[in-house]
Design a protein around this ligand. Sequence first.
Ligand SMILES: [Zn+2]
Ligand SMILES: [Zn+2]
Length: 215
Amino acid sequence: MSTDWNAEEELKPLRLSCKSTDCSNNLHCFWQKKTRKIKAAHPFGKCRECGAELVDWERVHKRDFNDVKHTFESLKYEKIRHDFWHKEIDQYAVNHALKKGRIDLHKAAIHRLRKYVGKVPKMLDGKKPRYGDGQQTPYSGNSIYYAQHATASCCRNCIEYWHNIPQDRDLTEDEIAYLADLVMLYIEEKLPQLTDQAQKVSRIRRQPPENSSTE
Ligand SMILES: [Zn+2]
Ligand SMILES: [Zn+2]
C-alpha cells in the first residue's frame, strides 16, 4: 500500500466546499481567484490544484439547455459536483420534495435562486461584496440545496465560472430560469418518484438534519 500522502493533510477535517479537490481520483476544481498573478500562472479553466484541462468552457458557457447532458458531464469533473451527483438525498429532503410536487418545487427553486444568489448584496461602505464559498447554500435538508451544489448554482463564484455570469450584477430572470431548469433536472433524476402534484408522505419523527431550513 502506498503511504505517499501528506499526514498533515490527513488530519484536517473533511469539509467539502466549492473549492474541494481530489485530483488523484480525477475530481477537480476549476475555480480560480481572479488576480493578475494567478491568471498568468494558471490560465482560466484549469484545475486550481493540478492544472487538468477537462472542460470545453466555450460550449458550457452557451447555457444551452439542449446541450445540458454535456454540461452535466462536465460539472461532474469537479469534486463537489461529483459528490452531490452521487450522494443520496436525505429522507427529510426527499419527503419535503414529494410533499411539494414538481410544480411547486420548481417555483421554490426559482424563488430560492432569486433570493439567495440572484441579488448583488448592497454594501454600505462601498466595499466589494463577499459571496462566501457556497455557504449561503446548506448541504442537506432540501433537495434544492443538493441540486444547487450539483449544478454550480450554489454561489456567485460557481455561477460565474461555470455559467459565465458576472458577479457584479443581479441575475436576469432568464438566467434564473435556466439555473432553475438545471436544478429541476437534477431533482427529477435523483427522485424519479416525484410527481407534478403534491403527494401524501408519512411524517418523519426525527429532527431535520443539521444545517437545514425548517420550511
Ligand atoms: Zn485537479
Ligand atoms: Zn459555489
